[in-house]
Design a protein around this ligand. Structure first.
Ligand code: CP3
Length: 346
């Protein structure tokens, strides 16, 4: 099979078509490991940055100017539409909610999201970024999964265990279910608006679903995710589900109608592919810590990921989670170049 000449490698890989090389981008590729990002942040706070289409487009493009990435992700945050629904929050640097949402009254008071009214700057940033990107670098739009957003809303702050929201989901099943429904409805319209503005793939971040056991995952996290993807399937854009630490729930994830499943480094891509089946591409899954290895060790870690993904089409190289702020940008350049070189097909 020859590589598809028409589609950019990232979009072809999402569709499990052969590509001239394995495409690569990395989660949090616009962020604090880049001196040019830190420079922008010296002058403007994170919230103001997400609300300025010009500045959001600028920081989205920064890593694309520096590295040969095959995809771009719009600079924003999963909590931006939550603010649009009327929840006051700030970033320090993770999201802190002024009044954690824990009553039915608070859930009912959430404003149904109207993206063009509540977060117009995101669609503006997408349009500006698309205009500044090379044709072969598609732009990804994104949102948080209902369970991940719920975790922040109820905990009110970042947490390792999210014990408060996990207990809440068990103790208050009605409030929980209503909140998950409200979040799913909002993320459907939000992601549709991003595609309408020019996002060429849509990614849902299930950052904290891995805190759930497989039965809870299937019972409470999966149904709203299914509903979101069902609400997007008429759009002609690939759908990506980042299932962080959800290795124990892959059988459930295999039932989702998505093009790509993103995986963290705790699972083997090869083993995951056996469960997910041939109809899905995989994205991942280098440990962000491996960017701190010397050049030769980094190459061998990359070789392991590539071997694990296998020779077939449908692998998008990425880290298993966001890049760490302490990472040396030169290591990223070495990573991108090596993945391209090693996977070059004629
Ligand atoms: O380049 C990109 O990946 C796009 C930008 C992006 C950000 N947040 C910017 C950001 C994306 C895709 C996100 C998604 C996001 N936000 C997720 C899902 C991905 C994941 O990591 O699991 C989550 C859970 C959040 C919530 C959130 N926002 C956290 C936990 C933090 C602190 C992160 C940190 O690195 O300390 C934020 C703030 C945030 N979002 C920053 C960035 C670059 C750091 C803010 C700063 O500049 O001070």
């Amino acid at each position: 099979m020859n590589a598809s000449p028409a589609l950019p490698p990232f979009l072809a890989a999402c569709r499990r078509q052969p590509t001239a090389h394995t495409p690569i981008w990395i989660m949090r590729q616009a962020g604090r490991y880049l001196p040019e990002y830190r420079k922008v942040r010296e002058k403007v706070g994170f919230t103001a940055l997400t609300r300025s289409p010009e500045l959001a487009a600028e920081v989205t493009l920064q890593p694309i100017r520096r590295f040969a990435f095959d995809a771009s992700i719009i600079f924003s945050d999963i909590m931006v539409p939550i603010e649009g629904m009327g929840v006051a929050l700030e970033y320090a640097p993770g999201p802190i909610i002024a009044e954690p949402v824990r009553t039915m009254k608070q859930v009912e008071a959430l404003r149904p999201l109207v993206p063009e009214r509540d977060v117009p700057f995101v669609m503006e940033a997408i349009k500006l970024t698309r205009a500044g990107l090379p044709a072969h670098v598609p732009l990804i739009g994104f949102a948080g999964s209902p369970f991940t957003l719920f975790s922040y809303l109820v905990a009110g702050k970042p947490s390792k265990e999210f014990s408060v929201p996990r207990a809440f989901a068990q103790a208050e099943p009605e409030i929980f279910a209503r909140l998950m429904d409200r979040l799913a409805d909002a993320m459907i319209v939000y992601l549709r608006a991003q595609a309408g503005a020019g996002a060429q793939a849509l990614m849902l971040f299930e950052s904290w679903g891995g805190l759930l056991g497989p039965n809870d995952y299937r019972r409470i996290a999966l149904p709203p995710v299914k509903r979101i993807f069902d609400g997007l399937k008429d759009l002609d854009v690939p759908l990506i589900y980042f299932a962080n630490q959800c290795g124990g729930s892959l059988e459930s994830i295999a039932t989702l109608d998505v093009d790509v499943v993103g995986l963290d480094w705790r699972v083997s891509l090869g083993a995951a592919r056996k469960i997910l089946g041939p109809a899905r591409a995989v994205q991942g899954n280098l440990d962000p810590a491996h960017l701190f290895a010397g050049p030769d060790v980094l190459k061998s870690r990359v070789d392991e990921v590539l071997a694990d993904a296998g020779p077939g089409p449908g692998h998008i190289f990425n880290l298993g989670h966001g890049i760490w702020p302490e990472t040396d940008p030169d290591a990223v350049a070495r990573l991108v170049d090596y993945v391209h070189e090693k996977t070059a097909r004629k």
